[in-house]
Ligand binder design. Structure first.
Ligand code: ZN
Length: 251
């Protein structure tokens, strides 16, 4: 029986044959790993800790014909705070779901594991958790080679200055001259500058940015539209975020 060890972050968990679970992890060396963890529903399961969402662990697996089997777990960081607060839980779940749905087994994206770990760590005590969410999403686009260019109009290639507009059909930003009459979303100079700062800064430093409500709304619509256009995946957690937003405008 061949075994391998790796660090991993727990992304998704689903039930499997009674007390078993199929767990999706993101790992630095193998990208997404889906493995069976047996006996999780039993008391005193030694593997149960790894099944808690967003946990960073050292993991050992046995290779299987279909699914690998989780055989050993050593928790490094449980990211407990992410499960204690609705907003953080919603954002952490969205990050996990999008990562699991857009990444493939045996195809690690360079630096993504480290960024995911840093993101969950920053999200635990971020003053403005939405900035940490956006920072990860921009990094995820980049890891997939799908990041929009924020500097240059995607139609005429002129350098953008001042306001820009996001055109979902182009998956990019356009200048005032190229702006179509319909289906263009304003990304003001403030909003565009904030997204550029978010891209440059490490996730744990994002608390230094302050953002007005109007620019926040523009960035939110821009990132949601780009996510839909590039990934086209349904996620339960974004519905949850929208439900929470309905009760809290700041979210
Ligand atoms: Zn243009």
């Amino acid at each position: 029986m061949a075994t391998y060890s790796t660090l991993g972050i727990t992304l998704l968990v689903r039930k499997y044959k009674g007390t078993g679970r199929v767990v999706s992890f993101y790992t630095p060396t193998r990208g997404k790993v889906e493995a069976v963890a047996q006996g999780i529903g039993r008391p005193a399961s030694k593997l149960a800790a790894a099944v808690e969402l967003f946990t960073l662990s050292k993991l050992m697996f046995a290779e299987g014909r279909d699914l690998d089997r989780l055989i050993q777990v050593e928790v490094i960081e449980a990211h407990y705070a992410l499960r204690q607060d609705m907003t953080r839980l919603a954002y952490a779940s969205y990050i996990a779901e999008l990562t699991a749905k857009t990444c493939e087994p045996d195809h690690p994206l360079p630096g993504l594991f480290e960024r995911l770990a840093a993101t969950y760590s920053a999200l635990c005590d971020a003053l403005d958790p939405e900035l940490v969410l956006w920072s990860y999403l921009m990094r995820l686009f980049q890891a997939h080679g799908l990041a929009p260019d924020l500097e240059v109009c995607c139609r005429c290639r002129a350098a953008l200055s001042g306001d820009g507009w996001y055109v979902p059909a182009d998956a990019g930003l356009v200048c005032g001259g190229c702006r179509p009459r319909e289906n263009a979303m304003l990304l003001s100079a403030e909003a565009r500058g904030t997204v550029q700062s978010i891209q440059r800064m490490p996730p744990d430093k994002l608390g230094r940015l302050s953002l007005g409500d109007e620019a926040r709304g523009q960035i939110r619509r821009f990132i949601d539209a780009h996510t839909d256009h590039q990934f086209g995946v349904e996620t339960k957690s974004r519905k949850f975020i929208r439900q929470l937003r309905g009760t809290n405008g700041r979210l």
